[in-house]
Design a protein around this ligand. Structure first.
Ligand code: PLP
Length: 373
């Protein structure tokens, strides 16, 4: 068996020669950024593909999150999950907002609505759940809490490209949803991101904010930022959209193969697909139960690494255990037992459209090795 290096993911890269005509158009137009032709086309194409009304493209997902909080003028405290990538909470910190952590659900690893309700204080202004690994949050439960307590609801949907529940995009829920198009994501524009919103007025406001607050040539309506997506990114996104369905189908098949192959191994648990859901298969997380499996998560991670397979411990350490956040009362481990438990056991296996059957077999063989049953 080959010992070729396998990373947890590989970017979706269409054939290089297909990108050249886009570059020629950019050179011809001499228009490199600021709502250029490809930027406009990609916004429209993504609205259609994702089934959403309005989308505003960004240079990356983190700036989109920071801007989403500005657009809704969020202040005070925001309830969020510790089980995510640090950008979720950093976006709050950069807005001088206090993150309040609530625990996650044991079966989806998403923020638990019941824990959120208990964390609301007079200073709470919003809830920011994450569709972790693209698994949809409890959408109705969060909306109900937001309505009852008059809170804004912003979804970090960085992993949820194309995810639908009952035929409806998850991006149509909440006040705003934020996507990431980072190189490691299912759909990428090298770096990139977007905010999905539901009305024209909000779209215009977000568009102004991402361009220094400019509305027109001489008017600045707010202290905006520079977070615009450029034409290279947008063109790449347009090209990539023509390959996305095929890539998503490939990921689905890989997830199914992993599930079949791992099914009989004691102490290795996969996340199940959720009912009535079209998944993104952004990641393939497993839980390693040390007692049953006979090896800890970290030992399995190290063993795979020794064999040139680079799985990732997403999301470990928990955000609440990083120095910036661990002093917060809500970061206390007693407040977050499920998240702390999952963070010690989770391991994301490689998944990407070019992952071969032989690669999967290599990974499975290593996971199965030394097991006597
Ligand atoms: C959950 C989550 N939120 C936010 C981000 C930030 O996105 P970006 O890398 O595009 O800034 C990422 C990924 O990178 C993420 O995984």
């Amino acid at each position: 068996m080959s010992n070729e290096k396998i990373l947890v993911t590989q970017p979706l890269l269409p054939p290089l020669e297909e990108f050249i005509p886009y570059l020629e158009k950019i050179w011809e137009s001499k228009w490199l950024t600021n709502n250029g032709q490809f930027h406009q086309q990609l916004e429209q194409a993504l609205c259609e593909y994702l089934g959403v009304k309005h989308i505003s493209l960004f240079s990356n997902g983190t700036l989109a999150l920071i801007t989403a909080l500005q657009a809704l003028r969020i202040t005070g405290e925001v309830i969020t999950t510790p089980f995510s990538f640090v950008a979720t909470t950093h976006a709050l910190w950069w807005n001088n907002i206090k993150p309040v952590f609530a625990d996650i659900e044991p079966h989806t690893y998403n923020l638990d609505p019941e824990k959120v309700e208990a964390a609301i204080t007079p200073n709470t202004t919003a809830i920011m759940p994450v569709h972790v690994y693209g698994n949809p949050c409890k959408l109705e439960a969060f909306q109900q809490i937001a309505d009852t307590y008059n809170l804004k609801l912003i979804y970090d949907a960085a992993h949820a490209f194309g995810v639908e529940v009952n035929g409806q995009s998850v991006l149509n829920f909440g006040d705003l949803s934020v996507l990431s198009f980072h190189a490691t994501k299912v759909f990428n524009t090298f770096e990139g991101g977007a905010i999905v919103c539901h009305d024209e007025k909000m779209k215009r406001h977000i568009d102004d904010l991402k361009n220094f607050g400019f509305r027109g040539e001489t008017t600045v309506i707010a202290p905006g930022i520079n977070a615009k997506m450029n034409e290279l990114q947008a063109a790449f996104g347009l090209l990539q959209l023509t390959y996305i369905d095929e890539a998503r189908e490939k990921r689905k098949q890989i997830a199914e193969t992993y599930r079949e192959e791992l099914a009989g191994i004691k102490g290795i648990h996969c996340l199940n697909d959720l009912p009535d859901t079209k998944h993104a298969y952004s990641y393939f997380p497993i839980l390693v139960e040390e007692q049953e499996y006979g090896m800890s998560r970290d030992e399995l991670y190290a063993k795979l690494k020794e064999n040139n397979i680079f799985s990732r411990r997403y999301f470990y350490p928990l955000i609440s255990n990083f120095p910036t956040y661990r002093g917060l009362t809500s970061a206390n481990k007693d407040n977050l037992p499920v998240a702390n438990d999952i963070a010690e056991k989770v391991l994301c296996l490689p998944i990407y459209n070019k992952l071969q059957q032989s690669h999967i077999e290599r990974i499975i063989t290593l996971i199965k090795a030394d097991i006597s049953y």
